[in-house]
Design a binder for this molecule. Sequence first.
Ligand SMILES: [Zn+2]
Length: 94
Amino acid sequence: MNCPFCKEYLEDSRCKNCGYDLNKCRWVSIKKVYPPDDIIIESMLKASGIPVRLHRREVPQLPVGIGPMAETNIYVPEIIVAEAASLIDSYNNT
Ligand SMILES: [Zn+2]
């Protein structure tokens, strides 16, 4: 992935170039999706070098065993929200 601030290649959670720290930045939920869209969007964002985190939550109303209906929140660093959102939009429009 790349640093969301300076776009340098990021091998660690902290950017060696500008000091941007993924563990200290604010992560924002940009979209709520369901499988298999979570995997697709995650790999799409990663392919574009965007750091991404998924937070899964089982939907409580549904009985266990009905299938993978866990709702997933897609989180990206606040600084790169616009770029990530437009990528997701382009996926939804195809
Ligand atoms: Zn950087």
